[in-house]
Design a protein around this ligand. Structure first.
Ligand SMILES: [Zn+2]
Length: 200
C-alpha cells in the first residue's frame, strides 16, 4: 500500500465524525429559509475505490429536509468526505491530484490502481483544480492566507505542502476541511468544527 492511512478504517471514521459534528450544528440551526425543524433525509452514496475499509456510514451523505409544509427545502451540510457530486471521496481527489509530481512513477501507478481511478478522470480533476477550483469563491477566500501565493497551476499539491499538519494524513484532513465550503450549495455558512490533530 502506498499510504498507510488510506487503508486504515480509523481515518475514515474520523472524517465521518467530523461530518456528524457539522450535521449536528446545521440541524440545531434549523431550516436556513424558514427556521423550521430539519429532518434527516440522507442521500445514498456508493463511493468508488477503497471500498474495503469503508463502513456503512459511507453509504450515505448526511442531509436534511425542512419539515415545514410549504418549505420542505433540502439542506445538505458541507462534508469532509464527499466532494460535491464526485463519485470518489474527497481524500482520493486530493491525494492523487496532489501527488502528481511528488511520487515516483511506480508509486503513483500503485496509488491509481489501488483507488481504481481511470486516467481520463485524473485529467478531468487536473483541470478542475486549476480552473474550476482556482476560480471558486472558496479558493478566492483562502488564497490570501498563503504568502508567497500558491500558484493555480500547482494546485492542489502546493497548497497541501503549505499546511501545518505533521504528516500527510493530517495535511490531507486540513485540506478537506478547507474544501468543505465547496461541498454543498444548499447549506452555505462556514465550517465551524475545528480539526483536532490529536484525533488523527
Ligand atoms: Zn424551511
Amino acid at each position: 500500500m502506498c499510504h498507510a492511512f488510506l487503508n486504515d478504517s480509523r481515518f475514515y471514521q474520523v472524517l465521518f465524525r467530523i461530518d456528524q459534528e457539522i450535521a449536528v450544528q446545521v440541524r440545531a440551526g434549523g431550516c436556513p429559509h424558514c427556521g423550521g425543524a430539519l429532518h434527516s433525509a440522507c442521500y445514498p452514496r456508493k463511493p468508488r475505490g477503497i471500498r474495503g475499509v469503508l463502513d456503512q456510514s459511507y453509504q450515505s451523505r448526511l442531509s436534511f429536509c425542512c419539515a415545514e409544509d410549504g418549505c420542505r427545502r433540502r439542506c445538505t451540510p458541507v462534508s469532509v468526505r464527499f466532494l460535491g457530486r464526485k463519485v470518489y471521496l474527497g481524500v482520493v481527489v486530493v491525494l492523487i491530484s496532489a501527488l502528481e509530481h511528488g511520487l515516483s512513477a511506480s508509486r503513483r501507478r500503485c496509488l491509481i490502481e489501488t483507488l481504481e481511478v481511470p486516467m481520463q478522470t485524473l485529467w478531468h480533476w487536473r483541470s478542475w483544480w486549476r480552473e474550476s477550483f482556482a476560480a471558486s469563491r472558496c479558493w478566492q477566500a483562502l488564497r490570501g492566507r498563503f504568502v508567497p501565493p500558491v500558484a493555480a497551476e500547482q494546485l492542489p499539491g502546493a497548497l497541501l505542502g503549505r499546511l501545518s499538519g505533521v504528516d500527510l494524513c493530517q495535511r490531507v484532513c486540513q485540506l478537506l476541511s478547507l474544501l468543505a465550503p465547496l461541498t454543498s450549495g444548499s447549506c452555505s455558512g462556514s465550517l465551524r468544527v475545528g480539526l483536532d490533530p490529536q484525533k488523527m
